[in-house]
Design a protein around this ligand. Structure first.
Ligand SMILES: *Cc1c(COP(=O)(O)O)cnc(C)c1O
Length: 335
């Protein structure tokens, strides 16, 4: 039972069969029918002109940023944004793109007033602000649809592009009980991780218009991300989007179960308002030795991260019963 992340999910049985039987070709030549079919289907399904299969979410975000921005341009993002904080500074290192982070609000949004103040005037002293990048879900929290609409109006008004790091955007759609297009419709570009809660072994998608995706395809090759018989991966990726979205609902229910269970234990404290999808953040009482806790749980076949707040993530390979087992073990620490 691995609660560290939803990236630990094993491919489903159906994925393994589809991978074994995938018809493949050399995708750098554009010859992989399974990749081509996934890209065409994904573009249509999410309301974009084109799509690109990438090796990871990090690569998809980097391609997105580098396709929107040139050297010396700037993108606005959250201080907690994955593509600012957790991607090795890739946009700056590899794209010469300057990030302009803004403090995230408690609900994960970025204050439009603060963003407006951060846009650089057209003056030779400044980088040129080109893009706003949002993230949904962010820390397991869902950005409200009304906010997305405001962000779209804001970017139109200021002539900025709007990108969504949608690594877990399906968790947002499931939590809101809306079609994915009700979220994607606001963005010029969007990424989706197929390898998190959706259980594919490898891969993400970048979505956008044709010119944007053509540019991203060129940069992907430059960065060494051109893959050959990658249809093996796309076969699983297609099933991630067609077969695994329903599972997210179960993951969200299990997250609620875990969060409420933790709040019954004196050593743990979860802000339930923040538990909106498959991620539970709990503070841990001072007297608990996290290293010891980690080691003890490991002996029982339970893997958790180390941290306070402690992040616990629900996914396809964690059942309701597993949640009860974890809660029972943690109860012993609370005495
Ligand atoms: C995981 C994640 C990524 C990066 O995906 P990788 O496939 O791990 O590179 C990007 N953005 C967000 C919000 C993520 O959670």
């Amino acid at each position: 039972m691995d609660f560290r992340s939803d990236t630990v999910t094993q491919p489903t049985e159906a994925m393994r069969i589809a991978m074994a039987n995938a018809i493949v070709g050399d995708d750098v030549y554009g010859d992989d029918p399974t990749i081509n079919a996934l890209e065409i289907w994904a573009a249509e399904h999410h309301g974009f002109e084109a799509a690109l299969f990438t090796s990871s979410g990090t690569q998809a975000n980097l391609l997105g940023l580098m396709s929107h921005c040139e050297r010396g341009d700037e993108y606005l993002c959250g201080q907690q944004a994955h593509n600012y904080k957790f991607e090795g500074g890739g946009a700056a290192v590899l794209g010469s793109i300057q990030p302009q982070p803004i403090q995230n609000e408690p609900d994960g949004t970025l204050c439009l007033k603060a963003l407006e103040a951060a846009i650089k005037p057209d003056d030779i002293h400044f980088a040129q602000t080109k893009l706003l990048s949002l993230e949904n879900t962010i820390g397991g929290k869902v950005l409200p649809l009304a906010y997305l609409k405001q962000a779209r109006e804001f970017t139109h008004k200021h002539n900025l592009q709007l990108h969504l790091d949608g690594a877990r955007v399906y968790n947002a759609a499931v939590a809101l009980n809306v079609d994915i297009k009700e979220i994607s419709c606001y963005f010029d570009s969007m990424t989706i991780c197929l390898s998190k809660g959706l259980s594919a072994p490898v891969g993400s998608l970048l979505l956008g218009n044709k010119a944007f995706i053509n540019k991203a395809r060129r940069i992907r090759k430059m960065l060494g991300g051109g893959m050959r018989q990658a249809g093996i991966l796309a076969a699983a990726g297609k099933l991630a989007l067609t077969e695994q979205v329903e599972q997210l609902k179960v993951d969200h229910e299990n997250a609620q179960l875990l969060a409420h269970g933790l709040n019954q234990l004196s050593a743990f404290d979860v802000n339930l308002e923040q538990v909106q999808t498959n991620i539970v953040l709990t503070s841990v009482a001072e007297h608990i030795n996290m290293m010891q806790l980690q080691r003890d749980l490991r002996k029982d076949g339970i893997i958790i991260s180390n941290g306070n707040p402690l992040r616990l993530v629900l996914h396809n390979d964690i059942s309701k019963n597993d949640v009860y087992v974890l809660l029972e073990k943690l109860a012993a620490y609370t005495a």
